[in-house]
Design a protein around this ligand. Structure first.
Ligand code: FAD
Length: 463
């Protein structure tokens, strides 16, 4: 046994590194470690090119209920409160106009009703008519030299933080955590955890070459979290459905983020177009939603990991069958499969993208190779359903496992807050509530634990 940690975090994406930062900055937990499989933080879904870089605030996401919107709003503010006081703010968080566009009478009416519901909670949210849309995003409102013919309306704002480089954010968390005096923060890269077991009161974390001991563990390893939970004997009634997202690039036609209204029958968000914070001069379109049998995009070595957690059986089949029997979902899945077929994919995707920019041209659309990650959606076998949003298995015995599809990056600090409190309670440590609230919550006094923005599974349910 080479090390004994009070807390050992597995996975150095934005979720794990946010927890590393919070526990070292705001608790008296003294010996904290983080093991990351790759040579740097955030190389998987938190990588700048693998997600949509959107700070989800809940105001333009038509697939969120009011309750979920307000929970996400709190989480987004925490990220904003952290990022805007960092010396490298310009690498972390970005202001662009944002809007959700309604096209046709039904969607426009839906957005008017949504505005009435949301505006008391979002003072900067505006209901935008065609001329406002034209001023902010001319390519959306215009077509063939005039205004587009179909009815349009949008909900949006112009001067807010709307995009984050979550990879840079993860690096910032690690850098800041390492600077804190009085706490041992031990970050090890190139350490892939193969097994976790419990011996007495201690967790034994095995990378194959080294073995670490810990009093508590939090696993933030995306889809691999479920594999490690299974290894320790938890969460066997969950399977995972990995949903890959691909993107396309065009020359820059949009100034900001333009989302579209969600089809309620579909489990995944409709495509949007926006600037890529790392690729100036282009507009990025997507993501698509393709089910793939891997836990990491473009890494076929994770096929065997997928097979280990997928555990295909009658219950998994029932959930998939329930999805496939809905015509809209079936067509959507087929369309997303065709989005990956060269030549055909550009023609099909163009049709969807033209809902946002009617005059977009086929020749301008390019598939973005090696861009886009995987959303590890959980399948709850007992309740026969596909779970949307983030999921957490809290064993109540010092081990927590996080599975983090969208909007997991926006919720990194709030998710870490929940884990920080649970780990502190388990270890008998204290949280510096005053400093935490002053730095990250500002005037927002809502509590995260009571208002969890995620599926929360207790140890009893999970084991
Ligand atoms: C297409 C797409 C678009 C998205 N858009 C948005 C968006 O706009 N806004 C938003 O808020 N969210 C978005 N998300 C979700 C967001 O990307 C994720 O919620 C977030 O990045 C998850 O962070 P994480 O740290 O939990 O996981 P990851 O970033 O995947 O990190 C997991 C880490 O664990 C490590 N790891 C895995 N296994 C092991 C092991 N055995 N041992 C050691 N380390 C291990 C990996 O190397 C990795 O570094 C999107 C996701 C996708 C796929």
């Amino acid at each position: 046994m080479s090390q004994v940690f009070d807390l050992l975090i597995v996975g150095g994406g934005v979720t794990g590194s946010a927890l590393l930062y919070l526990t070292s900055r705001y608790t008296d937990i003294r010996h904290i470690g983080m093991l990351e499989k790759y040579a740097a933080p955030a190389r998987v879904n938190s990588l700048h090119s693998n997600n949509s870089q959107t700070l989800h605030c809940g105001d333009i996401e038509t697939n969120y209920s009011l309750e979920k919107a307000l929970k996400v709003q709190r989480a987004a503010r925490m990220v904003e409160n952290y990022a805007t006081v960092q010396p490298d703010i310009d690498h972390l968080i970005f202001k662009y106009p944002k809007m959700v566009l309604g096209v046709g009478a039904r969607e426009c009416q839906q957005l008017r009703e949504r505005f009435d519901m949301l505006s008391p909670h979002y003072p900067n949210l505006q209901l935008l008519g065609p001329e406002d849309i034209q001023r902010i995003e001319p390519a959306v409102a215009e077509s063939k030299g005039g205004m587009r013919a179909d009815e349009i309306i949008a909900l949006g704002s112009e001067n807010e933080y709307t995009a984050v480089n979550f990879e840079a954010l993860a690096r910032s968390f690690v850098r800041q955590a390492r600077r804190i005096e009085g706490t041992v923060v031990d970050v090890r890269y190139n350490r892939q955890v193969a097994h976790i077991k419990k011996v007495g009161e201690r967790f034994i974390v095995d990378t194959g070459e080294e073995v670490f001991e810990a009093r508590s563990i939090v696993v933030c390893a995306g889809g691999h979290s479920l594999k490690l939970a299974h290894d320790l004997g938890y969460g066997h009634h969950f399977s995972v459905l990995p949903v890959a997202g691909s993107y396309y690039f065009t020359p820059q036609v949009l100034r900001g983020k333009v989302y579209t209204v969600q089809n309620d029958k579909l489990p995944f968000a409709a495509i949007h177009g926006d600037p890529d914070v790392m690729v100036p001069g282009k507009t990025r379109w997507g993501p698509t939603a393709l089910v793939l049998p891997v836990l990491e995009r473009y890494n076929w070595d994770t096929l065997k990991d997928f097979l280990m957690v997928f555990k295909f059986d009658r219950k998994v089949w029932d959930v998939l069958y329930d999805l496939l029997k809905v015509t809209d979902i079936r067509n959507y899945m087929l369309k997303n499969f065709l989005f990956e077929v060269p030549i055909l994919r550009r023609m099909l995707f163009l049709k969807d993208a033209r809902k946002i920019v009617p005059d977009l041209k086929y020749k301008d659309l390019k598939f973005a190779h090696h861009v886009g990650g995987i959303r590890p959606q959980l399948i709850d076998k007992d309740h026969r359903k596909l779970m949307m949003g983030e999921a957490k298995i809290d064993t109540g015995a010092g081990a927590i496992f996080n599975m983090t599809p969208s909007p997991g990056a926006t919720c990194c600090l709030e998710n870490a807050e929940v884990d920080m409190r649970k780990v502190a309670e388990f270890l008998g440590a204290t949280v510096d509530e005053e400093a935490f609230a002053a730095d990250l919550l500002g005037s927002d006094h809502r509590h995260a634990i009571e208002d969890l923005p995620m599926h929360f599974i207790s140890g009893d349910d999970a084991a």
